[in-house]
Structure formats: C-alpha cells, structure tokens
Design a protein around this ligand. Structure first.
Ligand SMILES: [Fe+2]
Length: 316
C-alpha cells in the first residue's frame, strides 16, 4: 500500500492479456487496494424489531408447515447491497417460532450456536446431545460446534427465540459440516435443567443487575462471546471503536443506543441492534432496570492474535 512517487510503469503490448491468461495480476497496478489504514466494515449498523418479526412469523404459520418448524425463522440480513445472509461479518441472527406441538428436527453442524428465549410456555425444551434442557423466557442456551440439537414445544403457547450463529465465519473459513440426525428427533435420555449449556433468565437478570456484565460462554464457544448486560436508568455503556462485531438484544426494560453512522434509536424487549466493527456506540438505560444480551465475535479475534492496533498505539 506504500505510495511510490515514480512514473507509472508502461507495459509492452499484450503483457497484461498474457498475465490474465495465466491467472496472474500485477501488484503494481491493482484495480482495488487490498490493505488500508484502519478497519472498514462492509456491513452497516441496523436494528430489527421483535414486534414486526413476530407478526411476520405469525403470518408465516398459515403457509409454512410444521415440517419446516426448524426453519420457520426470519434472518436478520444486514441491509447492504448484494447481501443475502450475514447480520455482520462473522455472525448471523434470526427470530424463530415453534408452535405448540411442533418439533424442530435434530441436527448438528460446524457452526457454534446459541439461542435467547423471548417467549415460551411450560414444556418447551432443547435436546442437546441426548439431554433434555427445558427453557424459559430470558434463558440463553448454548449449542457448541458439532453438538446434536433439536427443539420441542410441548406446551400450549407459541415459543419465540433468537438464534445466533457463527455461520458466516465458518463459511469464510470453509470448514462447514452439517448432518441431520438419523432418527429425525434425537431421543432424550435424561433431563438437565441445570445444564452448563443453559443460563437461566432469572439468574441472568439478577447477576446483570448486581454485577453489570456477566460472561455467559467462557470456554464453551470458541468463536463467540455471550454476555448479559444490566443497566439502571440513566446508566450508560460507552464503547470506543472496536475490531470485533457486536449484536445486542434487549431482554428486559428499554434502552437508547447511539451508534456512529446510524444515530439514536430506542429499543425494547426482543429488539436487536448490530454494531459492525469500528463504530463507536453507547447504550443508555431508559427503564429502572434494563437487561441486554451481547453476542460478539471477539473471541475469534483474540484466538487468532488480532488486536486493536490503533488503541495499542495510543498506549491503551
Ligand atoms: Fe442448528
């Protein structure tokens, strides 16, 4: 990327055509720069509303049959040109609905996943590696890479949750594997209401209130960080530019987010905001007690040894 203060080299006739025929490209005449001074995100800050997604999922029940219960979801596609899937560079999020009596087929895949339960009645569960884990609103359930998982709504009220996965990262790394369970719905050999893969919403609400920030996924998901964040009225969570990408879902109360290149927005329960890398932002609590879940790809950067070089340069 160095700037060379010299005349542009002139190639002999036919030189570049010959290079192209051999799948070679001249480094001195790149069409587009391949390095730059500081992170640039292809993706933009965006917000999704639970009320809108829930209404659209309710409408989908009229024509998306129970056989598709595991895919009756609405993907939060980052609104940049030509994007059809990721919510940000390495993560994707989706609202999902499983109706009473439905099951979502068991499967396993290379991507890590977690779900944040928004609404669910009794007898709603995820079966992870043959163990039944009951879930309730506010719970976070982790399904690490290559763990069998399926879902069942045995109650009488619809279950809504938000799925978060590192599918875009796995696609970029080209290490994708996927397998449906041979028995369609994996049988449950036992119950584990206190499974380490489940963080109960009641505990998270208390811990977020008392501790401010709670790490939910240490050592469970190698690529993805999950945190509960508690904010009292008027309390602010201020973030400088970061190299990682962050998603925030409101679990309780309401907040105002101010995001660079986006502006101010108020979010309430079930709403989701994505803040791609290198955007300053802050979150302010509007209710007496607000709680959010943060999902981040920060552990992937840490594992690979990448740091916020510009912050380090300032001695931070
Ligand atoms: Fe899955």
């Amino acid at each position: 990327m160095s700037q060379v203060d010299a005349p542009v080299p002139v190639a002999p006739p036919g030189y570049f055509e010959d290079l192209q025929a051999h799948a070679l490209s001249p480094g001195w005449a790149k069409k587009v720069p391949q390095m730059w001074a500081a992170p640039r995100s292809r993706f933009v800050p965006a917000v999704w509303r639970y009320a809108e997604a829930r209404a659209a999922l309710d409408a989908a029940c009229a024509f998306v049959s129970p056989e598709f219960a595991e895919r009756r979801n609405l993907i939060m596609v980052n609104p940049v040109a030509d994007n059809i899937y990721p919510t940000c560079r390495n993560l994707v999020a989706a609202y999902q609905l499983v109706l009473p009596g439905e099951t979502a087929r068991s499967h396993r895949h290379a991507p890590n996943a977690l779900r944040l339960i928004l609404d669910a009645g009794a007898d709603t569960c995820t079966i992870v590696n043959g163990v039944r884990i009951e879930v309730a609103p506010g719970d976070v359930v982790l399904t690490p890479s290559w763990h069998w998982h399926g879902h069942r709504n045995g109650g009488d009220t619809p279950a809504f949750w938000i799925d978060f996965l590192d599918v875009p990262l796995v696609q970029n790394l080209e290490c994708m594997f996927f397998e449906d369970h041979p028995q369609r719905n994996e049988p449950a050999a036992g119950d584990a209401p206190d499974s380490p893969l489940r963080r109960k919403g009641t505990d998270l609400a208390r811990m977020a209130r008392e501790e401010g920030t709670v790490d939910l996924a240490t050592d469970r998901l190698h690529t993805t960080g999950v945190h509960a964040l508690g904010l009292k009225h008027g309390e602010r969570h201020v973030q400088p530019k970061r190299i990682d990408n962050n998603l925030y879902a409101v679990v309780a109360g309401s907040v105002r987010m101010q995001i660079e290149h986006f502006g101010a927005v108020e979010l309430t329960r079930g709403d989701v905001a994505v803040v791609p890398c290198w955007h300053e932002f802050d979150i302010e609590g509007l209710a007496p007690e607000s709680q959010l879940v943060r999902v981040t790809d920060a552990p992937a950067f840490e594992a690979l040894g990448f740091r916020n070089v510009s912050a380090l340069g300032k001695g931070e």
